[in-house]
Design a protein around this ligand. Structure first.
Ligand SMILES: Nc1nc2c(ncn2[C@@H]2O[C@H](COP(=O)(O)OP(=O)(O)OP(=O)(O)O)[C@@H](O)[C@H]2O)c(=O)[nH]1
Ligand SMILES: [Mg+2]
Length: 164
């Protein structure tokens, strides 16, 4: 019997806000200082009736080759950018990498244009244009965005009959 679990991978450069986004969804404290994720962390999120296994991949480039085997088979890839022009271009490269690894799998890629509260951020529609994937504006450090982030995942995770 196929279990009703999706795999959702969070990918992005260091310090763009991946771990913060996952804490936001989980309703955890998001006020702490930056602690870089070493390797990856895994956690479970409930989206409707669906259990989603969320993989939080630390952004340091040296980890990338090591990720391949863990990253394969993602149902949804959430690439996170801090919405600066330089980082958006780095993110474009990461999307290329993600596609090259998942090319045989059908998997969705979306982007979170995070840190929309900071001066100099790029507007989300421009981020979407450059990256070529659907993008959503976000401030992960604002806990009132929890429902918004939940709805984004719900829309894109392959929810089977999970209407609530
Ligand atoms: N101003 C602002 N700061 C944010 C936002 N999202 C996250 N941060 C801060 O950015 C820093 C890095 O956040 P993390 O979530 O740890 O970043 P990460 O992408 O998991 O980084 P790695 O684990 O190194 O790959 C933390 O100090 C967060 O508080 C945001 O939307 N706006
Ligand atoms: Mg992290």
């Amino acid at each position: 019997m196929k279990m009703n679990i999706s795999k959702c991978s969070f990918l992005g450069a260091p310090a763009v806000g991946k771990t913060t986004l996952l804490k936001l969804i989980a309703g955890k404290d998001i006020s702490g200082q930056y602690i870089p994720t070493q390797g990856f962390d895994r956690g479970s999120i409930k989206i409707g009736k669906q259990s989603v296994c969320a993989w939080d991949f630390g952004g340091q480039k040296a980890f990338l080759p090591f990720y391949k085997q863990y990253f394969m088979g993602s149902d949804l890839i959430v690439v996170v950018t801090d919405s600066t022009p330089v980082n958006i271009l780095q993110t474009k490269q990461l999307i290329k990498w993600a596609r090259s690894i998942n090319e045989d799998e059908k998997c969705n890629i979306i982007a979170i244009a995070n840190k929309q509260d900071l001066p100099g951020h790029m507007a989300c529609d421009r981020v979407a244009n450059i990256l070529g994937v659907p993008a959503y504006p976000m401030v992960a450090t604002d806990r009132t965005n929890r429902d918004k982030m939940y709805e984004i995942l719900k829309r894109h995770v392959n929810v089977n009959g999970g209407d609530d």
